[in-house]
Design a protein around this ligand. Sequence first.
Ligand code: 5AD
Ligand code: SF4
Length: 472
Amino acid sequence: MMLENQKDTETLRQYDFMEKARGYVKKKSEELGRPLTFCVTTFGCQMNARDSEKLRGILEKIGYVEAEEEKADFVIYNTCTVRENANTRVYGRLGQLKPRKKKNPHMMIGLCGCMMQEPEVVEKLKKSYHFIDIIFGTHNIFKFAELIVTRFESERMVIDIWKDTDMIVEDLPNERKYFFKSGVNIMFGCNNFCSYCIVPYVRGRERSRKPEAIIREIERLVADGVVEVMLLGQNVNSYGKTLDTPMTFAQLLREIEKIKGLERIRFMTSHPKDLSDELIEVMGQSKKICKHLHLPVQSGSSRILKEMNRRYTKEQYLTLVEKIRKAVPDISLTTDIIVGFPGETEEDFQETLDIVRKVRYDSAFTFIYSKRTGTPAAVMEDQVPEDVIKDRFDRLLSEVQTIASEVCSVHEGTAQTVLVESVSDHDSSMVTGRLSNNLLVHFEGSQELIGQLVDVHLTECKGFYYLGSLAD
Ligand code: 5AD
Ligand code: SF4
């Protein structure tokens, strides 16, 4: 109870900072004779995308107006560090910002997200990137307004990184990208410590939001026009274990299902070791949970899975897939696969190809293993040579793609309900809708359809998407 009151106090404190920041923004924009603008760029996963909506919410609340990066007075990079190339991209972008900031000294640059939780990164930024204004991490994003105020008042680089936290600050503003769908955090952090993964180090220990807070947020979103939610967590299947009154993810889903006006429920990511029979049962019975499950396998070799600390074998994974398909026959399965984990032999790789052929995924994200300093895998012997990895990666990708286009075509000729999301990128007389199984269909229609659930005939499969026509 004590903690709850503290959190409420923190929310109010932050609203005070927003008020104060608003004053500074107003003053500056009067000086310039125009509104101040911002641009938030997101790297990485859906969790970061949701965090960026929170940053946008705060920025709009304090009087900034959204603009393209080239024109923005305040540029923010919400970073990712899951693979090395994500870091490289951020340094590249910062290099490009430097001359711009030199020309416009009033410009502000903010950096946050997973990369900032790495001490070496912050050291490097402090030493060689003096032109950055605000640096904060994943645990104190709720303090954004406070940090902006500090920056306005100190004229110096503001750095605030927390190692970990058990705080969850509710009810702060957020600005959604889509009016009809939204991500909803249900938990933060990860306790799994897969041996290749940096996430547990940068996102901290697992902690769940209270079910009441989640339900309240979704009810508000629905009242505001949202019909689809994506429940977000690094490992949603272990939701609720750390709550004062523990609750399972399946129980949470049952509660969310009851929310009137909510039409679709998605969630990610599921860890195979924690996916319960209870959850499979709920998915089989639900009218709202989408027919899609993202179930990262990472490797098909039980030996490598053990080295990865995934805590399941190839056989256990396949049994799980069988169970799920039995309970939800038309479910679409997608996955993540890492190629080139230390010690991976051709034989191990063949096991990965084999599991891909057995499961027949609707799609798979394939990644080249990236060495992350501080993780157990980084110091493992037998790091696989680059050319060997590249060759395996190409073979895997081609297998994944062949299977995906075969799997996709089975729905050709059927009619399905889709949520219309946007005007089609390719043709402005068409709109793009998402099927329950997460595939996209482009069909003739006007933009008034955006946000609506409509039935569409899937006339032609184009490999990874469909062309269709509105059913009458
Ligand atoms: N190298 C390559 N891929 C990684 N992932 C996580 N850590 C690494 C790494 N060090 C992948 C996993 C995970 C996805 C989000 O990113 O496949 O499921
Ligand atoms: Fe990383 Fe494993 Fe946690 Fe996923 S479950 S975030 S791969 S440690």
